[in-house]
Design a protein around this ligand. Sequence first.
Ligand code: ADP
Length: 831
Amino acid sequence: MPFASLCMAVDRPSAGEAGREYGGSGSLVVKSPWGRNWHDGLGFAKSRKEQLPGGLAVSQLVNAEKGIVELRRQSLRTKILLLACAISLFTSVIMGVAASLRIEGEVSRYAESNVAHETRLIAQQFKGAYDLLENDAFVISRTPPIEGIIRSKRNGGLDPQEESTIDQWRSRLEMIFASIMEERPNYTQIRYIGIADGGRELVRVNRTADGSEPVPVDMLQRKGTEPYFQRASMLKPGEVYLSDVNYNREFGQVEEPQIPTIRVAVPIFSSRGTMYGLIVINADYRALLTSYFNTLSLKREVVITNDAGDHMTRYSDGTLSPFVLHTDTTHALPGGLLDRPEDPGQSEWVSHDEEAMAYSVYLPVSQSVNDSHIVVTARISNEELYAPAKESALQSLALSSVLVVVILCGTAFLATRMTRPLSTMTKSIEMAMHGGTKLSLPTDQNDEVGMLAIAFQNLIDSRNEHDARVQAVIDNVVDAIISIDAYGTVLAYNPASEAIFGYKPEEVVGQNIKLLMPERISVEHDGYLATYRETGQRHIVGITRELQARRKDGSLFPMELSVSQVDLSDGSYMFTGIVRDITERKRMEVMQGEFVSTVNHELRTPLTSIRASLGILQRRIAGKIDPKSEHLVDISLKGCERLGVLVNDILDLEKIAAGKMDFYMAEYQIGPLVEGILERHQSLAEINDTVFELQNEIDGQYCCLDASRFSQALINLLSNAAKFSPPGKPIIIRIAQSAADRITVSVADQGPGIPEAFRSKIFQRFAQADSSATRSKGGSGLGLNITKSIVEAFDGTIDFESVEGEGTTFFMTLPICAAPEEKGAPQCQAA
Ligand code: ADP
C-alpha cells in the first residue's frame, strides 16, 4: 500500500477551498517547517470546523488559542489583583486584630480605672453618711443642755450656772434633737442616756410619721442591758462607738415594723471626769442606703455592704434591691463580688466573670473604737466594658475595608497599565499571525516589556532566517515532500512534487492524497488511515518502501517513499512523506539484470565451449606442431580460463548484490576441511613455484558454513598469496583458536605486501593496487570483495596485516559451533 501511512488529515476539503481561501493562513498557528512559499493546507484544515484527532473542532481550536491568549493576559492582571487583595486583606486583618487587641486592652484598662475611680467616689460619698452621723453625735454632745442637765441634776433640779431647771434644759435638748432630725430624715431616734439608774434615758426624741416627737419622762427606758450601751459605756473621752446594724428594740422587744438600725454613741463626761451619759443617734440604715443610692446618677450596679455583711444593691437601671440584714441567710451577698483578697493591705480589687467586671473598694468608715468598714462594689457588664473597644474595632474594620477597596482600585489601575503593553504586543503578534500585517513590537520601550519585545523580535528574526533556509532546501530539493493530515488531506506540497506528479499545488492541497495513487492502492488507503487513528497500528510510517504512484496524466511510475509522523503542538499530528522518483533507477536495474543474463548465457556458455575445445586441441597437438603455435594455443587457453574466472566472479557479485547467492550451511570440522582444500589446490602453489604449509593448531572444532563457498573464499586468498609470493618462499596456512568461540584461518605470504594507500580500498569491487607487482599478476579486483561477502555470510570477519616488502597475512575468523552429533545442539541455519 503506497502512501498508506502517508496520511492523517482532519477531513476532506476541496482543492478550491484549500488553495483560495485558506492556503498558508494557518502556518504560524501550527508552524509549517517548510516556509513561506510552501503550499500548505494547514490553514484550510483549521478553518473547516473539522475534527482534529483529539475531537476538537479546528475553528474551536483557533478560537481557543485566542481565548487562551486573552485568558493569560487577564490572568496576569487577575493574579496581580489577587495578590494585592491577599496582601491588603492580610495586612488589614493583622493590623486590625493587633489594633483591636491593643484597643481592647487600653479600653478595658481605661474602663477599669474609670470604674475604680467611680467606686472610690461612691465609697467616699457613702462614708460621708457615717461621718455625718458621728459628727452629729459629737456636735450634740457639746451643746449646752448636755452640761446644763448634768449641773441641774446635781444641784437638785436647778442649774445654778444658767439658772435653768432640768426640765428647761431637757426641753431645750429635745428641740435640738428635733431640729437635727428634721435635717436628717434617716435618723429614727436621738437620745441622751444617763449612765446612772441602769442606763436610763434622760432625753429622747423619736421619729414619727409627721416628723419627730419627744418622749415623755415617764416613757423613758432603761437601756443598761443593751449591748450597744454596755460597749459605749466603756468609751473614753473623744471616742465614738458605732454599733452593728440590727433591728431596733423597744422595751426589750424588736420594734415593728422592723427597722435595721445603726447607732452611734459618744460619751458625756462630767467636769469631774466621770462618765455621765451617752449621746446615741439611731439611724435607719436601710433608709441611709436608699437615700444615698437615690442621689447616685451613675448608671452602674453598685453594692454596698459592711463588715457584718448587711448589704443593698442598686442596679444599673436605678432600681434597688431589698435591704438584706446579715442575719438573713436567704439573701447572701452577690457571689464572688465581695471576696476580699488575702492581703490585708489591699483595699481595692477587681474580679471578672462571664458577664461583668466588678471593682471593689474596702474603706474604713468610722473613727469608732470598733473599726467599721464598708465595701463598695461597682459592677460593669462586659458588654458595656468592651463597647468602646467594639466600636473602635468596627471603625477600624470600616477603615480597613475602605483601604482595601482603595488599594484594589489602585492595583487594578496599575495592573491594567502594566499589562496593557503586553496585551498590545500580543494583539500585534496575533494580527501578524492571522492577518498578515507587519509585526510591530514595542522594542523601544525602556523597561522589561521592551526587553521582552527585543528578545521576541530576535526570536522571530532567527526563526524567519531558519525558515528561509528550510524554505530554500524545500524549494530546491529534487524529492517531492508532501504533508497530509490524519484523514489523508494534503496539507503541503513542495515545488519538486509539481515536477514529479505534474499537478500544481492548488490542484492537490486540500485534496485527498489518493489523487496521487493508482486505483488498486487508493481503495485501501482510507482503511489504513482509519486503522492508524483507531489502533495506532502502523503500515508504512518510519520505513522506506518502493511503491507505485500516479501522475496527473494517469501514468504510473515507481517511487521510493519514506513517511514520518510529525506531532504538532496542539496534540494532533500529520504525516510527511518524501517521494523519490526511481524510474531511472529501476530502468538501470532492468538493464543490469539483462546484462547479467547476457553475460551468463551469451558469454559464459560459448566461453566454456571454447575453453573445452582449446583444452582438447592442446592435448591433441602437443608435440605435433611448431612450438610457437603451441604457445599461442596455450595463451588462448589461459586467457579463456581467466575470462571464465572473471565471468564467474561478476555473476557471483551480482548474486550477492541481489541477495540471491545460495548458502548451504552445515557443521564442518575446520581442520580437515582446510586440509582437503589445500590438497586439491596444491597446483596453485606449484604454478608459482611455492608450497602451502599447513599449521593446524586446533583439534576437531566445528564451524557452521557452506563448504563450497568457504573453499571459494580460501582459494581466493591462496591464489592471491601464491601470485604475490616470491618463488621458493612457502605460504603458511595456519588454523588457530583466536578466542573462546572463534577460529581464525590465516594465509601468510612473504610477498611485496599491500601498499599503505591501497589498504582502505582493498575489499572494494574492482580494487587493485596500482603497483607493478599487481599489474604483472593480472586479476579482476573482485576476489577479496566476494571473499568478504562469503565470510560475513558465515557470521565471520576478514582482515589482514601487511608490511610492505615483507609480506601479507589475511585472517578469516569464524564462530565455532557445536558438533553435529551433539544432542540438542543448534543446527546450522541456511544463510
Ligand atoms: P585480484 O587478485 O583478482 O586482482 P583481489 O580482490 O583478490 O583481486 O585482490 C585485489 C588486489 O589486492 C590485488 O590486485 C592486489 O593488488 C591486492 N592483493 C591481494 N592479495 C594480496 C597479497 N597477498 N599480497 C599483495 N597484494 C595483494
